[in-house]
Design a protein around this ligand. Structure first.
Ligand code: ATP
Ligand code: MG
Length: 589
């Protein structure tokens, strides 16, 4: 695994774009027809010339929530279709009945739309379910049997494994390998009719037991599995294997560029073999789809495996799939990330053929770069300490003004009151200042941001010697925005909220879920690297207008970072805020 070097990859072009441009220039897909939906060769032949210049697809299995790794695939596939006048299909690869659920289907559609993509194009919906192709897949399997390209193998799973050979030794042909097509067909139909036990036999493609690529040593293509499917119920007791189903799904949908992660590289020869056989038999339209592989996203301080994410949900290590610490798109959304920041992140990490780790700070950087120019500013005191302006009259208050955004004066100003008692950050006062400390200490002057210059006069302590109140005097002619504001020069500038007027609110300070940059690499137990401080819940005092924040409104809390009003835990007038990211990358520093 190499280190993240996004330099070469940040260029807008990438090897997949080059392939597409080359294919388009060569008119490779100009003959394709599209009959309004997925279908076999004769169905597509009745259609119009395909209005889509290319077809890509995003094909998740609905067995969990999408994670940040999927975002890379979504941005790539939908982005390419947008860039080249194509269409990207939203397809559920739901051929494995055991782990799939409607809840996951719904959450996946939600996440793709949230990211800013849709599957409607040319007046049509391009939402597909692989399970709709079970009939065709069965027909394709019968065709392969009839043409002598598949056989029913009755060896046990152990025998099959043992006879598969190794990388250095060829496999041994099954005793069932040369059975006649008619007998295979009878057996396969019996499998379908439920006459045989789960696992007692499988249908295998007949290719080459000595092939150097193990995936070509007669791979299994159908298995017996009595399991209820979330869409087809109990119609089937045999199900296609993923490696058989996926190329067929692509071909029926007239996909031109089937883009997947590198671990499928070794499957490509079988992908091509299978589609070529089915095209020969007249079942599939040409030109056939082609598979291209890119490096999956590995993000440091995160795990991107649906299985491990499910484990964290089930073991209640996190509070559900949309826990803001989770790298799921539901979690990332709730954390406060914008769809634009995720798109920017995917653009920056680029697409390459080399596996690498992307540092978590690149994700946070994209969020900062997206939000800095657009997030409204606000003041929040996260670790409050009372400051009393002893020469300011009790019961009195006055308005102070600050820009909503420092670089966008056109957005106007916000207003908040100043009064005798304020909340300031505890770290903005010390009795014994270290060198270079310009904030409050006895005898020092600072500016109350957007307010007056004050001079610190001392503090009160409790019985244990902890500072409980800081005292100061304000200099009446120094208010920000008035002619006398600059008459007194100070080096420190601290933020504050009026104690009487502040909004008391729950704020959740989130951090990375793991302390190890590679929590699950090399077979490590990822749970050993959980960051116990990834979620801290505090009570903070906020600028009063934040009471009007709507769910998913995002702010930059001055000096603290980017925060969002939680989309779930929300009551009118009483939002809860999540920290999305700090202002600067300070992890481990
Ligand atoms: P997991 O291993 O977490 O279960 P998966 O690959 O099995 O993920 P699928 O639902 O099959 O999940 O994935 C849908 C698409 O998303 C596939 O095309 C897959 O290649 C892609 N994808 C999944 N994880 C990543 C990742 N980390 N980076 C880039 N693409 C990914
Ligand atoms: Mg998978």
């Amino acid at each position: 695994m190499s280190h993240p070097t996004p330099t070469e990859e940040t260029s807008p072009s990438n090897f997949i774009r080059q392939i597409i441009e080359h294919d388009l220039a060569a008119n490779k897909f100009a003959q394709r027809r599209w009959n309004g939906g997925a279908g076999d060769a004769s169905f597509q032949a009745q259609g119009q010339p395909d209005p889509a210049k290319i077809r890509t697809r995003f094909p998740p299995e609905p067995n969990g929530y999408l994670h940040i790794g999927h975002a890379k695939s979504i941005c790539l596939n939908f982005g390419l279709a947008q860039a080249y006048g194509g269409v990207c299909h939203m397809r559920f690869d739901d051929t494995n009945p055991e782990k799939e659920e409607q809840e996951y289907v719904d959450s996946i559609l939600d996440a793709v739309q949230w990211l800013g993509f849709g599957w409607e194009a040319n007046g049509q919906d391009h939402l597909f379910y692989a399970s709709d192709y079970f009939d065709f897949m069965y027909r394709a399997a019968e065709y392969l049997i009839t043409a002598g390209h598949a056989y029913v193998d009755e060896q046990s799973a152990d025998e099959m494994r043992a006879n598969r050979g190794t990388l250095t030794e060829p496999g041994k042909p099954s005793p069932w390998r040369d059975r006649r097509a008619e007998e295979n067909l009878v057996r396969f139909r019996e499998m379908r009719a439920g006459q045989h036990a789960d696992g007692s036999m499988v249908l295998r493609a007949k290719i080459d037991m000595a092939a150097p690529n193990m995936n070509l040593r007669d791979p299994a293509i159908y298995r017996i599995k009595r399991a209820e499917h979330h869409r087809t119920g109990n119609t089937w007791c045999i199900y296609p294997m993923y490696t058989f189903a996926h190329p067929i799904e692509d071909a029926l949908e007239q996909i031109t560029h089937s883009i997947c992660t590198l671990e499928f590289e070794d499957q490509r020869p079988f992908y091509d073999w299978l589609l070529a056989r089915l095209a020969e038999g007249g079942l599939l339209a040409e030109p056939l789809p082609k598979q291209y592989e890119f490096a999956r996203l590995n993000l440091t301080y995160a795990v991107t495996s649906k299985r491990k994410l499910l484990q964290m949900v089930q073991e209640k290590i996190v509070d559900g799939w949309d826990d803001p610490r989770m790298p799921t798109l539901a979690g990332i959304r709730r954390r406060g990330y914008t769809p634009e920041s995720i798109q920017l992140f995917c653009e920056r990490i680029g697409v390459s053929k080399a596996d690498s780790w992307i540092d978590y700070s690149i994700l946070e950087g994209a969020l900062r770069d997206d939000l800095d120019p657009k997030a409204a500013r606000a003041i929040a005191v996260l670790n409050p300490l009372k400051l009393i302006i002893d020469n300011y009259p009790a019961g009195q208050s006055e308005a102070c003004h600050a820009p909503i955004h420092p670089h966008h004066p056109e957005l106007g100003k916000r207003e908040f009151p100043l009064s005798r008692e304020l909340w300031i950050e505890a770290e903005d006062f010390t009795e014994t200042p270290p060198k270079g400390y310009f904030r409050l200490f006895p005898g020092n002057k600072v500016r109350l941001r957007y307010g007056y210059v004050v001079e610190c006069t001392g503090c009160d302590k409790d019985a244990n010697g902890n500072v409980v109140t800081v005292h100061c005097q304000y200099l009446p002619d120094t208010k920000s925005g008035t002619p006398g504001a600059d008459s007194v020069k100070v080096k420190g500038n601290i933020h504050w909220v009026s104690a009487e007027h502040a909004l008391a609110a729950e704020v959740r300070l989130f951090d990375r879920l793991f302390t190890d940059p590679h929590p699950d690499s090399g077979g490590k137990d990822f749970k050993a690297a959980l960051n116990p401080n990834a979620k801290q819940v505090i009570q903070a005092y906020l600028e009063p207008t934040l009471a009007h924040a709507a769910p998913e409104n995002r702010y930059q809390f001055e000096r603290h970072g980017y925060f969002v009003a939680d989309r779930k835990d929300f009551q009118a007038g009483q939002p809860v805020f999540n920290r999305i990211a700090t202002l600067k990358d300070s992890w481990g520093k």
